[in-house]
Design a protein around this ligand. Structure first.
Ligand SMILES: NCc1[nH]cc(CCC(=O)O)c1CC(=O)O
Length: 311
């Protein structure tokens, strides 16, 4: 029997995600093994990734393993996958989305609203920074990097009054108890693709594509396609002050997006759209229309979409 290899980063979350895909493929009767890899992104987690090439660094080494045939597929948190893949690679499968929300994690304060004036909140995400600033301009926002365990450790060491993390990551690692609550999307709009897993292969491996076809979750695929279209039009990087979140009721999609000014000079810009979506083309179109609204909103404020930094 042919044995398939999954390339994965070696953080606890990445390994959980790769094991999850392995188990699903095994249920479909395939033999699967993992190939753990340390990416450039993992080596330099404590520095500002944007300065050395952005989050794509988490993906590149895994792509090399696909390129050389050392692995057949790579499992990613979709949120970390650049909008445009290098030529020769394709995102062919998206699994059913886990909780897309952001979570409030704090040892002392049950809710953001309970924080005293000037409290310190940890995040290095420009999106979370902009949304937090909009909700509570008085907060002091400080950088917080590293994998989930590292971030929780820094919270427990007393460096922050609270931190914001993806609910999906906490749930996958059995850390739900650390969540004081999950923010409703209206309050803390998620990042494009948050909570979804994406599987990348070499475009010429139609054999692997067919292997993965039964794992594809179409409603998630349509939602993340729309969200990623917003992101692509807004600049394509995964380190923008951008939130984009789509939901489907039957074949009707609602999508909301927000853009924050990293300098804190301008208020958040919001945009939303809804419509019938039964294929990826329609999802893309709806996402693009939301991005165009955002661009008009930013322009109307006299703001700029200039490149910005941080993860
Ligand atoms: N940026 C890091 C990252 N990439 C994916 C997740 C969580 C899982 C997911 O969104 O699928 C996280 C952690 C976080 O943002 O708190």
């Amino acid at each position: 029997m042919r044995n398939y290899t999954i390339a994965t980063r070696e953080s606890r979350l990445a390994l959980w995600q790769a094991e999850h895909v392995k188990a699903l493929l095994e249920q479909h009767g395939h033999a699967v093994q993992l190939l753990g890899m340390t990416t450039r992104g993992d080596q330099i987690l404590d520095r500002s990734l944007s300065k050395v090439g952005g989050k794509g660094l988490f993906v590149k080494e895994l792509e090399t393993a696909l390129e050389t045939g050392h692995a057949d597929l790579a499992v990613h948190s979709l949120k970390d996958v650049p909008m445009e893949l290098p030529p020769g690679f394709a995102l062919v499968c998206v699994l059913e989305r886990e909780d897309p929300r952001d979570a409030w994690v704090s040892n002392r304060y049950a809710r953001l609203a309970d924080l005293p004036q000037g409290a310190v909140v940890g995040t290095s995400s420009l999106r979370r920074m902009a949304l937090l600033r909009a909700a509570r301009p008085d907060l002091k926002i400080e950088a917080l990097r590293g994998n989930l365990d590292t971030r929780l450790k820094k919270l427990d060491d007393g460096l922050y009054d609270g931190i914001v993390l993806a609910a999906a990551g906490l749930k996958r690692l059995g850390l739900s108890a650390r969540m004081r609550h999950a923010f409703e999307p209206e309050q803390m709009l998620p990042a494009a693709g948050q909570g979804a897993l994406g599987i990348e292969i070499r475009s010429d491996r139609s054999d692997v594509a067919s292997l993965l076809a039964p794992l594809m979750h179409l409603p998630t695929w349509l939602c993340v396609t729309a969200e990623r279209a917003v992101s692509r039009v807004m600049g394509g990087s995964c380190s923008m002050p951008l939130a984009a979140y789509a939901t489907l009721q039957g074949s009707h999609m609602h999508i909301t997006a927000a853009w924050g000014d990293p300098t804190g000079q301008f208020p958040l810009v919001h945009a939303r759209a809804h419509g019938e979506v039964t294929d990826a083309v329609a999802a893309n179109t709806l996402g693009e229309s939301v991005a165009q609204q955002l661009q008009r909103g930013v322009a109307a404020q006299g703001g700029t979409l200039a490149a910005n930094s941080s993860v």
